[in-house]
Design a binder for this molecule. Structure first.
Ligand SMILES: Cc1cc2nc3c(=O)[nH]c(=O)nc-3n(C[C@H](O)[C@H](O)[C@H](O)COP(=O)(O)OP(=O)(O)OC[C@H]3O[C@@H](n4cnc5c(N)ncnc54)[C@H](O)[C@@H]3O)c2cc1C
Length: 263
């Protein structure tokens, strides 16, 4: 079995999310990291390999992103992927979800995976949709929020989290599965794996290499266009009641609640 894991470089969780008003795109400057949700997808691939129900010949990490995204691939390799593929081209900048999903699907076509794994969401765009778009282009079945996966020959038995409980679904391979973060506890990379990650094979592809129609990607060719950006309204300052005399403080809190008909 060959597993491809889609991974994304995102701004570090500690960096405040901002839209660049000059481009209408997310400001992705500053510290970056591998999307934390994608570490669950890599771990899921590793557990399938280690589970031994089917032999896993290869785990390949795939990303689309600027030059810096190579660091996310190194991290993915340090967590267990055997090699990685980096789709990077100026023509891709500004691609919306549909264009990103098309470009990733074209890249995956070359790999012919039996299973494509994704995180449930990216920590920056948070669209939760790439899995479905990729699956549509590849003509493969797709499941989201999968929190348990048992591999049988030629199929997967999955449990997925839904609003009303859990669905158990059998899906034929090849398939595209986005895993929920409840599926596993990702491992930490060993120092040896971190040091060795840069030596693992890495294919860098342009739009042309991946057979992507340049007229279907990039900001100008995306169906979604940013029209305007505005900051959310400022929150009104809260009321702080200092506790100098506890009886008085309690009276003040009760009066505050009473005034707002909360008692
Ligand atoms: C008008 C417009 C312009 C945009 N311009 C840019 C831009 O210039 N640069 C940019 O990075 N984004 C840009 N975006 C956002 C871009 O479309 C999304 O980042 C992308 O479609 C993925 O959506 P998401 O990040 O919300 O992923 P989700 O659907 O929330 O992610 C689910 C999973 O998909 C996988 N995944 C998502 N993105 C990638 C990726 N790139 N490579 C590999 N795996 C991935 C990961 O496994 C992730 O866990 C733009 C969006 C719009 C609407």
């Amino acid at each position: 079995m060959k597993i491809c894991v889609l991974v994304k470089e995102v701004p570090d969780a500690a960096v405040e999310k901002r839209i660049d008003p000059s481009t209408g795109r997310m400001d992705r400057s500053g510290e970056k990291n591998l999307n934390p949700y994608d570490t669950h997808a890599i771990e899921a691939a590793m557990q399938i390999r280690e589970g031994g129900a089917v032999p896993v010949e290869e785990i390949v990490a795939v990303t689309m992103g600027p030059e810096s995204a190579v660091r996310a691939l190194h991290k993915a390799v340090s967590l267990g992927a055997d090699r990685s593929v980096h789709l990077t081209d100026a023509a891709l900048a500004g691609s919306d979800v549909a264009a990103t999903g098309y470009a990733l699907a074209q890249t995956l076509q070359r790999e012919k995976p039996d299973l494509v794994l994704l995180g449930q969401q990216s920590d920056d765009g948070e669209c939760y949709t790439i899995g479905a778009v990729v699956a549509e282009h590849l003509g493969m079945p797709s499941l989201t929020q999968v929190i348990k996966m048992d591999v049988e020959s030629g199929s997967l038995r999955c449990e997925r989290q839904a609003e009303y409980g859990y669905d158990t679904v059998n899906v034929a391979l090849p398939a595209v599965i986005s895993v929920g973060d409840a599926i596993n506890e990702p491992r930490y990379p060993s120092l040896k794996a971190i040091m060795g990650a840069k030596k693992k094979p890495l294919d860098t592809l342009s739009v042309g290499d991946a057979g992507i129609d340049a007229g279907k990607v990039g900001g100008d060719n995306s169906a979604a266009q940013w029209v305007a950006v505005k900051a959310p309204p400022q929150k009104a300052a809260g009321t702080i009641i200092e506790d100098e005399d506890t009886d008085e403080t309690v009276e003040k809190i009760v009066a505050w609640l009473d005034e707002r008909k909360l008692l």
